[in-house]
Design a protein around this ligand. Sequence first.
Ligand code: F6R
Length: 612
Amino acid sequence: MCGIVGYIGNKDCVSFLIEGLQRVEYRGYDSAGFIVMEEDSMKTHMKKSVGKIIDLKKKLKNSDKGNIGIAHTRWATHGEPSIANSHPHVSNNKKIHLVHNGIIENYISLQKKLESKGYTFYSETDTEILVNLIESYYTDDIELATKKALHDVKGTYGIGVIHIDEPDKLIVARLGSPLLIGIGENENYFASDTSSVVAKTDDVVYLDDKEIGIIYKDRVIHKNLEDEILEKNVEKIDIEVQEIEKDGYDHFMLKEIFQQPRTLIDTMRGRILLDEGTTNLGGLKQHPEVYDALINAEKIYIIACGTSWHSALIGEYMIEEYAKISVEVEYASEFRYRDPIITDKTVVIAISQSGETADTLAALKEAKRKGAYTIGLCNVVGSTISKVTDAGVYLHAGPEIGVASTKAFTSQVMALALITVDIARHKNMSFREGYKIVKEMKLLPTLIDSILDNAPAIKDVSLKFKDAKNFLYLGRGFNFPVALEGALKLKEISYIHAEGYPAAEMKHGPIALIDKDMPVVFIAIKDAIYEKVITNMKEVKARNGVIITIASYGDEEIEKLSDYVIKIPDTTNLLMPILTVIPLQLISYYIATARGLDVDMPRNLAKSVTVE
Ligand code: F6R
């Protein structure tokens, strides 16, 4: 969703701000803006645009210069995308400028208070209320006024503030929205996302909740809202610039699909103990209390949203079958408002690629409040969910820029398999079985390579369906969540209506939709329920449905029942989703690009959903 970037130093920062915003385009936005100030003359230059950053660039003039600046991409929540609603927002006296990620929940009461003091509002945003609240507290110190205002705020924020009478500093603060400060040589930066600063510096300080940073050119002072000075660690950014570039691929999504052999190696690195037929997860073992609670749990909840929820479902199948612990998978948005039964034998696992999803974070906090041990499976290092959980497993899949999640999904499934083997080996799983699974894990990257080698043939099949209006995806067992994921991938980037079902469930309703115009994608690999899936395929064929099947190499039978077959190699059951999902990702990609759509930034979607 929204992204923020800022700079203070001796150089003109317009191009840095624009590039910084372009780096967070993938998060989703509908308008953008910046303000820069020239320290000597205190002149300011502001530009805003609705639409893409390229539109903002078109508005640039040579006179738009400044050595201190703040910038923002906005994903509309309060008020439509418009110039008036886009950031930076300015206070009534035109002296304070502010960019803001997050939501001020008590904005109505704050607005009334400010209106009674004579303030006027020109936008529909909660941010304009915050900037005026700061003005209402200002005497001669922007740091103090910001702290006072933040004490009044309920909600979430990552903010950057400048005051034109104090051109030597930028103020930043965070509560629930990511914010980091990049440290340079006689210049400093801030951003909501490491990718905005990675081209400039490797050294960053991550702000924690209710912390404020006072950023000068040559130093940064960290405080909490109670005005106590904090000593913060400078950390090294763990990504390289080329990781956030397309590397010759047409789209980030395609790059990320093709990266999966490598990202899976990164998820497994150092975590497989082949000789012991088990796995080793440092992020869990370093917290013995949590690790013991997991192994001895009577109940595990897995909470997540979207694609992460699909990997959670696969986790449920894995953990119940192999580790024999009862698992319940919940949409985080439902969990947070229910009253789930949590005992001292309950562990809650939150899965989130971004580690910032508002619903998952809130559900996690609710679980903690009720006394559960919490474990996070996140991709983004230092993300809020990774900080809030008691222990965790990082995915190490590298930055995922394409809005449609691909490599994070396969790494989530892998992380869940690693956890499953670890727990199961403490219980009933034999060395022989554990060994077989971890050995298969190591083979997966090569197997994925062989599927990716077949991409041209998958593209040919996909193009035949680029004008389809509806799609049905069917799978059973471990591959039922993959059917859901295949359908989600297609609808989010191609805007074709698609549904996923457990194959047998088709008879209970969706079968009514089947006719010659309805492509049905079956995942029919040779597992224990293969014969059952074959029966379901016959039911579709009898109604003239068009069948595309993801099948095992060497399955000749399947050709007779299918109109198109995409063959993939086999692995052990619980790892099969990591293979079956790859052709489905490619099908979505090829159909969406054939329809001329922007697969990396599909309409209305945001990479990291930081609002409820
Ligand atoms: C779909 C997709 C979303 C996310 C969901 C949760 O391709 O990316 O459905 O999976 O918004 O996001 P995270 O995993 O960041 O919590």
